[in-house]
Design a protein around this ligand. Sequence first.
Ligand code: SF4
Ligand code: F3S
Ligand code: FES
Length: 243
Amino acid sequence: MSAPTPRRLTIHILRSAPGDDATPHFEAFRIDESEGMTLFIALNEIRANLDPSLQFDFVCRAGICGSCGMLINGRPGLACSTLTHDLGTEFTLAPLPVFAVIGDLSVDTGRWMRAMSERLETWIHATTDADLDAVEPRMEPALAEAIYEADRCIECGCCIAACGTAQMRPDFVGAVGLNKIARFRLDPRDEREDADHYALVGNDDGVFGCMTLLGCHDVCPKGLSLRSQIAYLRRGMAAQGLR
Ligand code: SF4
Ligand code: F3S
Ligand code: FES
């Protein structure tokens, strides 16, 4: 029996280069689909055979590093985890909005994430001198699991790209930032008080800026329950009479 004819894909990619006067524009590339083809494979094939100047980011190819976020038919997602088979024969790819474009599909999520992390101080704050030889106190498995769950965020930026508030407010910390504060609030090793955490996000760039649009929750490629994390912060603030 002869092998089935591969599908012919037409991929429209939004091309742009900062500093270049040309208006961003879609360019169509046509390739044959191979078995198990991901967008990572498709883009590499385009770069190898059709246009070596095409820019896009990948590191892990396994949904772990968070560098390959892009708009796939207008929806934020990871290119390395998306099978072309799950898309039509014709689809669009564009860079994630909100982040600075480096070129074509490559955006600078790192600068944005770093600024957010510095603003929210997303590290464990211990007031006591740490004894590096001491064994950490035991943590209840359920609590460790909840912290681990929040730590599965790969900082891909999809939740920011899907959020209307983030597009309007440049300093909005987004679901990625709110998830981090919820995570540190849970962690007994972080000696900050609840009020310290709330002071960081109890403003229009944090919890009060969130309009509960929930695009973040819908698109998170790691399936984090961002809706629950935001509600957790809101409940905590309400309990302290902050809302
Ligand atoms: Fe990506 Fe989800 Fe983390 Fe947002 S919360 S940066 S969508 S992994
Ligand atoms: Fe944005 Fe998510 Fe809130 S999409 S408005 S951070 S619920
Ligand atoms: Fe690392 Fe896609 S290449 S998440």
